[in-house]
Design a protein around this ligand. Sequence first.
Ligand code: NAI
Length: 404
Amino acid sequence: MRKINWAGQYMPVLRAIERRFVQERPLEGERIAMALHVEAKTANLVRTLAAGGATVEITGCNPLSTQDDVARALDTVGGVRCYARHACSVQEYYAAIDRVLDSHPSITIDDGMDLIHRLHTARRELLPGVIGGCEETTTGIHRLRAMAAQGRLEFPVIAVNDTPMKRSFDNVHGTGESALASLMITTNLLVAGKRLVVAGYGFCGRGLARKARGMGARVCVTEVDPRRALEAYMDGFDVMPMEEAARIGEIFVTTTGNTKVIDERHFGLLRDGAILSNAGHFNVEIDLERLHEMAGAIEQRDGIETFILDGRRIHVLAEGRLVNLATPKGMGHPIEVMDLSFSLQALSAEYIAKEGRDLPAGVYDVPAWIDETVAREKLASLGIEIDALTGEQSRYMSAWDVGT
Ligand code: NAI
């Protein structure tokens, strides 16, 4: 509980929402099912939702990111049940998701779409009771859009990840800082001067690349999208295919959301002592199954697995899972970043409770007023004021027949 309170004091936007929720109880009677990283910042979101009147059942969205002390503390919060356990087996992981769904949720909050996937496959009998959901991360939203395109998504879902107040802070600054911090704590190695390869120059990748450069790393980027590759080039990074980067890289971080980004095409090319890590999606970006088959010997220490391939050591962090969360000391995103992301979640859940019944099934943007509210609250908490458009400026911005 002390961990949860520590995080809470640096989450002013969520605190303000919680104070309003206590007064207005906008989630009264809702049953919220959550599959998120169970740690102290998430716990503050759970408390906020419970303060709004909801009952909340939560499990993890990654077997290694659960903090057991936080999970047990959550169990003591009124209206909350937590089923997450650190390092649980795959069977236990899905059993916990089923236990959460046994609550017959009216609202889902996912990070990676596990709840929604299960609801649309093994637990379809529960679908009629669901008003809608919220999705936290890029990969979950890719899949939701694919489901919606095939007419398979049966309720409205808010794409929390895609809104500017999430992507530009959580993915860029959150992943950037926390992945580097975790990498350094786990290996105790210097970043300055190292050849650091970032796979994928999306929101996460560019944050990581820029921050690593700020620490003195010699960063190179791999991409498959020509526009993103060009952006990386013009931001001053070396851009090259992974087969080239594999030969020179000393530290690798994947942030693509894709599968087998580093695989058997690359393992044989890596330098002795190369460090592989993933800050993108789940544990699929580095093909560890193949590495296990190819590697001669394996050595393990906290958060680091070493493979010996043709006499060269290849070190993999956190079993190829999210390096910022799944290493022994991984704390996930910095608190202030999650204050923004979880404020968006809390307000999106409130929006679903109020408006979700009128929304057809599909993937929806976070309403712009929610995005703006979170930005304004954050600025206010920092004591920063900004200008407002004058009447003349507003008219000028919306006119097509003046000023040309
Ligand atoms: P994004 O879509 O903005 O960027 C992904 C980039 O990877 C794109 O530019 C794409 O062209 C590139 N890419 C795809 N396949 C590739 C390949 N084989 N080789 C090189 N580049 C490739 O997505 P975003 O927002 O940067 O998220 C990336 C991943 O990180 C997602 O899986 C997301 O769920 C995850 N994520 C992880 C977080 C964490 O805490 N570690 C936080 C937020 C997101």
